[in-house]
Write a protein that binds this ligand. Structure first.
Ligand code: ATP
Length: 235
């Protein structure tokens, strides 16, 4: 589905990604783990075409991803991005935020069904449908961010640290919802500080270090790797 080769990204004179290769197959859940500053967020931003890509090829379903502007990555390719920090419209209600997720869609009837589906997955959002997003708790906002991504792009969902700031219970709920979204056909790429949880959730993983891919493979292999255990899973 997504194939990335020799990807380089820089911020002024910082070379954040120095030639990484990775791929994601349709229907998979893939995770990228790595220490702070390894380049995880940058990789997601590069997929969404909001990073300064200096070299590399990126194909999504056979199309040249680099030729798409960020808004078309969402509206034409169906790739949605849940960024770190959520970026909701705090002054708008839950329902308005979800409707905005569909800004580029013309299939209004299906959008309504998808919004109902989000309310089924997260009953809490239905209860708070008319509440302003900015007044909701961190966990509720995270649910809304995931729900909105579900509305705006159904092919590939990329998530940056969805567990951040969530209690263990809410974290479980968000991950259960993501599992369900995946069961319904959306491919998922997940970046997580909580490597243990990410490795349990995904089927395949990449380990990034200083802008390079250090290791890739099935998540069981990562969990059984003594080096990964020592450095990323707390021994
Ligand atoms: P974390 O787990 O801490 O979020 P990360 O793996 O997501 O880290 P990135 O945010 O992708 O890492 O950052 C990769 C490198 O690029 C880091 O060295 C970082 O300092 C640098 N970087 C990221 N954003 C910018 C920016 N806007 N300007 C300059 N340098 C940046």
């Amino acid at each position: 589905m997504l194939k990335v080769e020799n990807l380089h990204v820089s911020y002024d004179n910082i070379r954040a990604l120095q030639g990484i290769d990775f791929h994601i197959e349709q229907g998979e859940i893939v995770t990228i783990i790595g220490a702070n500053g390894a380049g995880k967020t940058t990789t997601l931003r590069a997929i969404s075409q909001v990073a300064n890509i200096t070299q590399g090829t990126m194909t999504f379903k056979g199309k040249d991803l680099r030729s798409y502007p960020p808004e078309k990555v969402v509206s034409e390719l169906g790739i949605s991005h849940v960024p770190e920090g959520r970026r909701l419209f705090g002054n708008l209600t839950v329902h308005e935020n979800l409707k905005l997720g569909a800004f580029a869609r013309k299939d209004t009837d299906q959008v309504k069904r998808d919004i109902d589906r989000v309310f089924e997955i997260f009953p809490r959002l239905l209860e708070r449908k008319d509440q302003k997003a900015g007044t909701m708790s961190g966990g509720e906002q995270q649910m809304l961010a995931v729900g909105r991504a579900f509305i705006c792009g159904r092919e590939l969902m990329i998530l940056d640290e969805p567990s951040m700031g969530l209690s263990p219970l809410l974290m479980k709920r968000v991950f259960a919802a993501l599992r369900e979204i995946n069961n319904q056909g959306t491919t998922i790429l997940l970046v997580e500080q909580n490597a243990r949880m990410a490795l349990k959730f995904a089927q395949r993983a990449y380990l990034l270090e200083h802008g390079h891919v250090l290791k890739e493979g099935p998540t069981e292999e990562f969990m059984n790797d003594p080096e990964v255990q020592k450095s990323y899973l707390g021994g």
